[in-house]
Design a protein around this ligand. Sequence first.
Ligand SMILES: Nc1ncnc2c1ncn2[C@@H]1O[C@H](COP(=O)(O)OP(=O)(O)OP(=O)(O)O)[C@@H](O)[C@H]1O
Ligand SMILES: [Mg+2]
Length: 235
Amino acid sequence: MLTIKDLHAGYNGLKVLKGIDIMVKPKEIVALIGPNGAGKSTVIKSVFNIANVYSGSIHYHTEDITNLKTHQLMKRGISYVNQGRINFGNLTVEENLLIGADDIHDKNVIQKNLADVYKKFPVLRERKKDLAYGLSGGQQQMLAIGRALMNKPTLLLLDEPSLGLSPLLQKQVFALIAELRTEGIAILIVEQNAKKAIEMADRTYVLEDGKIALMGGKDIVHHEKIKQVYLGGSY
Ligand SMILES: Nc1ncnc2c1ncn2[C@@H]1O[C@H](COP(=O)(O)OP(=O)(O)OP(=O)(O)O)[C@@H](O)[C@H]1O
Ligand SMILES: [Mg+2]
């Protein structure tokens, strides 16, 4: 579904990714873990064309999407939730959600998608007229994810959705991700909680210094390196 081949990417000439291969199949959850600065966000930003791709290719189904613009990617069913649950603080909750439907022109479809998001996150309906900056951290993350869902994605790119949330809210985010998969959405997720990432993902890629250091299914948890570096105290 998503096929990243020999990707070299970065920012303004800075090389961050040095030849990355990643695959996401329909309805799969694929996780990216690795130390700070390894290039995890850059993988997701490359797919969404907000990092510079120097060489290699990114295909969605059979189409080369390497140089498509954001709205073209959204039209194809790809949505992105950036790291740090960034919302438009001076817009209301509902205005934030509607931005996610920017490329949908049928008012009925927009209202239907809005109703679906409110059904999933009732608190957003309660707060729909409030400015986004007044929401709690967990509500902000719901809003950021809700905005991505307004596009009815088939592939969701999630950058550290549990970062900075309480254990209870993290649990809710992971439950939500499992729920989205049952709705047929494939997910490429960057997750700093390696244990959680491996548990929920069909496949986990370990990114170190712009390269894939290791890749595997749930049994990757037994790998010596994973145990020592990513499940030990140091990560
Ligand atoms: N917009 C940018 N312009 C220039 N350099 C950037 C930009 N964004 C990231 N970088 C650099 O690219 C490298 C990889 O960053 P990236 O955000 O992909 O790492 P990460 O693995 O997501 O890290 P973290 O776990 O801290 O989120 C870092 O050295 C970072 O400083
Ligand atoms: Mg990051």
